[in-house]
Design a protein. Structure first.
Length: 351
């Protein structure tokens, strides 16, 4: 355990401070250390983040389980932090409705420098909202707490149907597992898809769920493990670069088009066409992040045919153009290669 007052030991790394409070949910603290702690520079393997756990009053912090954790670092860690993350604590819903934070928590939040990136996990959003950080901003929290959050903080633009939100310097996530999505998103924003992808692989989780642009992340569609349309979906994923008709999909399951369409919707919650568009958007995003392919080439490989078609579908799905998505979600080295000029198609015409 570090000595009291020890904050960060490695200069130059992005400094992440996790502000824990009484009633801490341990999984949320572990998520931050596990994910940011594994992020490394692909060139030399050096860690990219320094993560420290701090608390308003150093000492033993009670969790919502049958143990406590000893936290030696106090709120001084927040002064030099580049990112501050506030995990949930048991009782958040009832603790922050009467007004702004007071006491040690308020004193701790006051130490955060202007411009510091601040994020919450699950009901940690109640703390951010009570401090006025979510007024006029899009935010989310656990779906079970959504009604109470909306009542207590009407000035926040609550969206309970997303995994996380990104308002630039203030981010929020839904339930505990959505903290994984949020942390991976921040790593991807900071250092690109390759670094975030490697962290995800080591953690055995998806690099990102349902698209990449945080402001437009939708609830992911659950894919049934065993279903009568599973073979068709698996086949379609291997042939996204070519036109796929309903008849072809139905043939994979030896069904009529009508029966296949009905069962597909029952099992997946979407029509086959809607599902195909989502999977093609997913593929296009991955290609924009990981390859140097032109927009025309990405459109062809993802099955959209033309750059115009890709642009329309990407705008509808995640609210950005292919060029804007690529500029946001590629690593710094690749961003530089694409930064100087406007987005162009394979014919060289600007878009």
């Amino acid at each position: 355990m570090p000595a009291r007052g020890t904050v960060f030991t490695h200069a130059g790394r992005h400094r992440v401070a996790v502000l824990v409070r009484e009633g801490l949910m341990p999984m949320e603290l572990g998520i931050v250390h596990q994910l940011f702690g594994q992020a490394a520079d692909p060139a030399d393997g050096q860690r990219l983040y320094e993560v420290v756990t701090c608390t308003p009053v150093p000492g033993d912090v009670r969790t919502d389980a049958d143990f406590t954790i000893g936290v030696a670092v106090g709120p001084e860690a927040l002064v030099e932090a580049d990112t501050v993350i506030v995990p949930a604590s048991r009782g958040d819903e009832g603790a922050w409705g009467a007004g702004p934070p007071t006491g040690p928590v308020a004193d701790a939040l006051a130490r955060i420098r202007p411009g510091t990136r601040i994020a919450s996990i699950c009901t940690g959003a109640f703390v951010l909202a009570a401090a006025g950080l979510l007024d006029g901003r899009r935010a989310t929290t656990h779906w079970k707490s959504a009604d109470r959050f909306r009542q207590q903080f009407p000035y926040a633009a609550l969206d309970p149907d997303v995994l996380y939100t990104d308002e630039g310097d203030v981010l929020t996530s839904a339930g505990e597992a959505s903290g994984i999505d949020l942390c991976l998103h921040m790593i991807r924003t900071d250092h690109g898809a390759a670094v975030a992808g490697e962290v995800a692989r080591r953690t055995v989780v998806p690099p990102h769920r349902e698209g990449g642009q945080a402001q437009y992340v939708r609830r992911p569609v659950a894919e049934p493990r065993s279903a009568s349309t599973g073979t068709a979906r698996a086949w379609a994923l291997e042939h996204l670069d070519r036109p796929i008709g309903l008849r072809e999909l139905a043939d994979q399951e030896a069904m009529s088009v009508r029966t296949f369409s009905r069962r597909f919707r029952e099992e997946v919650g979407l029509t086959p066409v809607q599902w195909l568009i989502q999977r093609r958007v997913d593929l296009a995003c991955r290609l924009l992040e990981e390859t140097d392919d032109s927009v025309d080439r990405v459109a062809a490989r993802a099955g959209f045919g033309t750059a115009a078609s890709l642009r329309g579908h990407l705008q509808a799905a995640i609210g950005v153009s292919p060029g804007a998505y690529r500029a946001t979600f590629r690593g710094p080295d690749r961003r530089a290669a694409h930064a100087p000029g406007p987005e162009r198609t394979g014919s060289g015409q600007p878009r």
